[in-house]
Design a protein around this ligand. Structure first.
Ligand code: PGA
Length: 244
């Protein structure tokens, strides 16, 4: 694991964007699975700026949706598909035809998951995943416990995730109780994995992710065994520990 500790969330977001842009310059048709959530939003804003100001071309990327709430249509303003489209895909000029949606509203979610995983494999796997870190150690919606080879599947949300997502749904009671998520198997096989983690609220789970036991109870701990992982973080999340 490579850990890059920046002074602030802003600096972390710039650094992660610069590294991603360099990776895209080297591989313009990369397959990418980007997280939603708050943490990568400023990184995505920086990517738009790099496109505008430095003319970086993101338009050939192929995008695979990381996770989706079950039963929520892609047009719903709370859908993770729409969030990804408005903050990343559209601003970067990536045509919609190059996006593979994970359809949370599919009539047969188990079949949807199998078809989606096959599409990732048919594309040759993922070049880059951009992940956030759940307060409970989830990656995407691979909620604990998730084994290292957990497939793309339907998952019940943990009470912790329902609490942390309540803000988007006007209260915990309105949060969907299930999600679909790209599996640990796909995420961990990516040729580059970026984990973006910021703020004091993530300090404990970040420490456990880097130094704690490798266990399904903290799915992010499997990153210790994955190839080519970079953790972009800030001092608030890193705490007082010696810098890497
Ligand atoms: P956050 O979400 O970036 O909004 O903190 C991370 C996650 O729960 O996966």
């Amino acid at each position: 694991m490579r850990v890059v500790v920046s002074d602030s969330h802003e600096a972390m977001s710039e650094r992660a964007a610069a590294e991603f842009a360099a990776a895209v310059a080297a591989n313009p048709t990369a397959t990418v699975m980007p997280a939603t959530g708050n943490t990568p939003m400023e990184m995505y804003g920086n990517l738009s700026r790099l496109r505008r100001e430095d003319g970086i071309d993101f338009s050939k990327l192929r995008i695979f949706q990381l996770d989706a709430y079950r039963g929520i249509s892609p047009d719903d303003y709370r859908s993770l598909y729409r969030w990804m489209m408005t903050t990343l895909v559209t601003p970067l000029g990536i045509p919609q035809e190059q996006v593979v949606r994970l359809a949370g509203d599919a009539a047969d979610p188990d079949r949807e998951c199998a078809v989606f995983a096959d599409l990732v494999r048919d594309a040759g796997g993922l070049d880059i995943t951009i992940l956030g870190l759940g307060p409970n150690g989830h990656l995407g919606f691979n909620e604990p416990p998730s084994p290292v080879d957990a497939p793309t599947r339907r998952v019940p949300l943990t009470p912790e995730s329902m609490v942390s997502n309540a803000v988007y749904w006007g209260g915990e009671q309105n949060v969907p109780t299930e999600a679909l998520t790209a599996g640990m198997d796909l995420l961990l096989a990516a040729r580059a994995i970026y984990l973006v983690v910021s703020g004091e609220r993530k300090r404990e789970i970040l420490a456990r992710t880097i130094d704690g036991p490798v266990t399904p109870d903290n799915p992010a701990s499997f990153l210790q065994q994955a190839a080519n992982v970079t953790i972009f973080t800030d001092r608030a999340a890193w705490g007082d520990r010696p810098l890497p």
